[in-house]
Design a protein around this ligand. Structure first.
Ligand SMILES: [Fe+2]
Length: 112
């Protein structure tokens, strides 16, 4: 299974081939990864809440916590390579772009 359409579209815009990525390109890649992890985190949180008290509840709670750590990991690295205001601005732009892409997708089950 390849990357989702959202990740493919967002990460391929601005790719320049064999040359090293610019800070802008690297920032986009980190923030797209953060968005993907953040969405997984949201989905697992919903599943954890819906299954709380059952055998699956702890399983989804662990996945929710793991995805939250992954989200934090990528956003912390993004914050280490660019100013906070630039990171926040670009994150909002990419999230808006993600929303536009998702609005075009057919309804269906998906995790990542
Ligand atoms: Fe993850």
């Amino acid at each position: 299974m390849g990357p989702s359409r959202c990740a493919r579209t967002a990460t391929c815009s601005g790719c320049g081939g064999a040359s090293p990525p610019t800070v802008h390109t690297l920032l986009d890649r980190l923030l797209v990864a953060a968005l993907i992890e953040g969405r997984s985190c949201e989905r697992f949180r919903l599943l954890a809440r819906a299954t709380r008290g059952s055998a699956l509840g702890g399983f989804y709670e662990d996945l929710y916590a793991a995805e939250a750590r992954h989200y934090a990991f990528f956003t912390e690295i993004a914050g280490a390579i660019a100013p906070e205001t630039q990171v926040a601005k670009r994150f909002r732009e990419l999230a808006r772009f993600e929303g536009e892409l998702v609005a075009e997708l057919p309804h269906g089950p998906r995790i990542h």
